[in-house]
Write a protein that binds this ligand. Structure first.
Ligand code: ATP
Ligand code: MG
Ligand code: MG
Length: 370
């Protein structure tokens, strides 16, 4: 069987490995962490930095195709790999997704709306009139996730202080919008004619971290269709190959604003494993191999709940899963991480029910039992 390679061995990589192996592939994971969640399921674990020349050569020589589960890989390493093996998404697309300034300008170039924002390369860029962006959020252009690297600011002085507090690195100052809801759409694109989009998820965040995804999203079908359309439009504009996640804000007038993109499967798409004809990790395998995307039909309403280290004991002890495991319509997914920390994603569970309100009610009741 063909060997597939993946840069990154976190939980997304672990679920990718599971999907790929079920489909008959072998998998090599590159991740510097000896305890990477994907490593224990992989056929080969290259335990090395992401830009390690020898490890990249092994990947290029041994893998029929390479992908990533993590946007902060070295885009140049991906471009290098692409000289001798199939790489998707492209290093160019990953480079766009890892920089909020490039990302937002690409979203606009594709004809889609973003929040009003100001790109900041240096302190002097904050010298002008900031009224259009305040109150706002200052976000580092690179490396932020789960709300890290973000400061909420009310005044121009606060914005300048916050920029300095982030070390003067490139940032965006983004206007704080009044959000009605947040949703995401995940698209798989192999070519212009070969595109499939998953049902839209409604996402509820807690402290900047995804807490719940509710599918189908509780929005008008027309609005959901528009989010899917936007995601496909963006993938087309980027000539994207692979799985692309697009996060949206829904405003009071039901207009959609693109928040950010991820060049990979997404936390809000974990539900596809338990509720879709094809899941987002199988789509990643298909796309990287140049195969047709599978059907994305939703087989049941579903609610996903993230399990953070917060519900593990002080001593690292696991929560008591018994009530959750005894619920026949519930699926538990643990990532095998050795260390539980506050805010760290340790696993998730999904609740399937005949109706989405019912699934949500049951999912929330289960939280209280952990
Ligand atoms: P992720 O873990 O999804 O990569 P991140 O750290 O890149 O997150 P964002 O998605 O930019 O962060 O923001 C995190 C959350 O903060 C959003 O999902 C939203 O709830 C809130 N938020 C971000 N930007 C805005 C905005 N302009 N107006 C209102 N709320 C916002
Ligand atoms: Mg992000
Ligand atoms: Mg986000």
């Amino acid at each position: 069987p063909a060997m597939l390679g993946i840069l990154g061995g976190g939980q997304l990589g672990r679920m990718f490995v599971t999907a790929a192996k079920r489909m008959g592939y072998r998998v090599t994971v590159l991740d510097p962490d000896a305890n990477a969640p994907a490593a224990e399921f992989a056929d080969v674990h290259l335990c090395a930095p992401f830009d390690d020349a020898a490890a990249l050569k092994t990947l290029a020589d041994s893998c029929a195709a390479v992908t990533t589960e993590f946007e902060n890989v070295n885009a140049d390493a991906m471009r290098q790999l692409a000289k001798t093996t199939r790489v998707s998404p492209s290093g160019d697309c990953v480079a766009i997704a890892q920089d909020r300034i490039a990302e937002k300008s690409w979203v606009r170039k594709a004809g889609l709306p973003t929040a009003p924002y100001l790109a900041l390369e240096q302190a002097a860029d904050l010298a002008g009139d900031l009224a259009d962006y305040l109150p706002g959020i200052l976000k580092t252009a690179r490396l932020g996730y789960d709300g890290k690297g973000q400061v909420r600011v009310k005044t121009a002085d606060e914005a300048r202080e916050a920029f300095a507090s982030l070390g003067g690195q490139a940032c965006v100052l983004e206007k704080m919008l009044d959000l009605k809801l947040e949703v995401s759409a995940i698209v798989t694109r192999v070519s212009t004619a070969q595109v499939a989009v998953f049902p839209v998820a409604e996402n509820i965040h807690k402290d900047g971290i995804l807490d719940e995804s509710i599918v189908p999203a509780r929005i008008a079908p027309e609005l959901a269709a528009r989010a899917q359309q936007y995601a496909m439009q963006l993938a087309e504009a980027l000539d994207y190959v692979g799985v692309l996640a697009v996060e949206f804000f829904v405003l009071g007038d039901d207009s959609l604003v693109v928040n950010e993109i991820a060049p990979r499967p997404h936390n809000s798409g974990h539900y596809t494993i338990d509720a879709c004809a094809t899941d987002q990790y199988q789509q990643q395998v298909r796309a990287m191999c140049g195969l047709l995307p599978g059907k994305t039909d939703l087989l049941s309403p579903i609610v996903m709940v993230n399990l953070l280290g917060d519900v593990w004991g002080e001593d690292g002890g696991e929560p008591n899963w018994s009530v959750l495991m005894e619920a026949p319509n519930t699926q538990l997914h643990l990532y095998g991480k050795k260390q539980a920390r506050v805010g760290r994603k340790m696993g998730h569970y999904c609740v399937l029910a005949a109706g989405v309100d019912d699934a949500l009610e049951q999912a929330r009741a289960l939280k209280d039992t952990l």
